[in-house]
Design a protein around this ligand. Structure first.
Ligand SMILES: [Zn+2]
Ligand SMILES: [Zn+2]
Length: 346
């Protein structure tokens, strides 16, 4: 039987096409995705605005079945998951050194749905049963589609940034990941959270979601204002969430001595550390890099969504047949005031 799926066939070529029935290996089951959520990585894979995603090169002969943020049904239950297939998710034994310590996000054999293997924007998909999480009672399928992006934020905030109640936090870049980082910093107890972005609608949204203060670099100098707010010291933990390499330098300037900077960005250009390099070393900053999230961050993401301590930042919803339109809206956030765009798959 042929199944409907959203395929990328090259730059800005999004097609609702057909794929073959997925086959489940011994460690996998067949799941039926209900909601999919479009990520910045999907936009890059699909080559919008001339972007490229390293290592993934879709073409008409070799299309990518997109989708790594999703919720769906297995065995009559609502389920969700992360996107990373580490050693356990691929039945590779013995597991690699990263998977041995529970860091599937850094697996030496890593594969991801919607990147190297079939994604979730389809009617059915094979998925490792050990990586499926039950969606808690009271959380609907649409909100549960935000599990994976929130799990990235959980990893960045809890495990890497080690945010707690005593820490001041800066989130530079209020895209979907920035919003989830900001909200999870609140979950971890921080009550001083500064958010920087160039779009006013995103700053207003950050305020509604609990930011202490927001700054627009097109109108003011966030670094000097953050210094004023922190008695000249700077913030304890800063998250760079723009994907815009020059912002990294501003984040360094806004950090306090012995502070931590977590990069939650994928830079499509060279990261040039300007004169703040001296500042970075002089201040003894710790720089960490966040990509994906281990299985435990997926569990915590579902918990926060179910409790309501993190609100989904979904602004638009489309049907599967409107996939092309959905991608246009997601790829042009300022034109449509979009944050997260979801697609109803089932
Ligand atoms: Zn993603
Ligand atoms: Zn591994």
């Amino acid at each position: 039987m042929r199944l409907k799926a959203i395929l990328c066939k090259g730059p800005e070529s999004i097609v609702v096409g057909e794929i073959g029935e997925p086959k489940a290996a011994a460690h996998e089951v067949i799941v039926e995705p209900l909601y999919g959520s479009i990520c910045g990585s999907d936009i890059a894979i699909c080559g919008f605005h001339g972007k490229k995603y390293p290592g993934i090169d879709p073409s008409p002969d070799n299309p990518v079945v997109l989708g790594h943020e999703w919720s769906g049904v297995y065995d009559g239950r609502l389920v969700s998951a992360g996107c990373t297939l580490g050693c356990h998710g691929q039945a590779i034994y013995p597991p690699c050194p990263s998977c041995t310590i529970g860091r599937e996000d850094q697996c030496y054999n890593r594969k991801r749905i919607g990147f190297e293997v079939q994604g979730a924007f389809s009617e059915r998909m094979a998925f490792p049963i050990s990586l499926l999480f039950n969606v808690p009672e009271g959380l609907d399928a649409k909100a549960a589609s935000q599990t994976e992006p929130l799990s990235v934020a959980v990893n960045a905030v809890k495990y890497l940034g080690k945010v707690d109640g005593g820490k001041t936090v800066l989130v530079w870049g209020a895209g979907p990941i920035g919003f989830y980082v900001m909200q999870y910093a609140k979950v971890m107890g921080s009550n001083r959270i500064f958010v920087v972005d160039i779009a006013e609608y995103r700053l207003r949204m950050a305020e509604r979601l609990g930011a202490s203060r927001t700054f627009n670099p097109r109108k003011e100098d966030p670094v000097s204002l953050i210094k004023e707010e922190t008695e000249g010291a700077g913030v304890d933990v800063a998250f760079e969430c723009t994907g815009y390499a020059p912002a990294f330098n501003r984040v360094i300037e806004a950090s306090r001595r012995m502070g931590t900077v977590v990069i939650v960005s994928i830079y499509g250009e060279s990261l040039i550390i300007e004169h703040p390099f001296r500042e970075m070393t002089d201040k003894g900053l710790t720089i960490k890099n966040a990509r994906l999230g281990p299985a435990d961050s997926v569990r915590l993401a579902l918990k926060s969504l179910a409790e309501g301590s993190v609100k989904p930042v979904i602004t638009h919803e489309f049907d599967m047949d409107e996939a092309e339109r959905a991608f246009t809206v997601a790829a042009n956030p300022d034109r449509y005031e979009s944050v997260k765009v979801v697609i109803k798959l089932g």
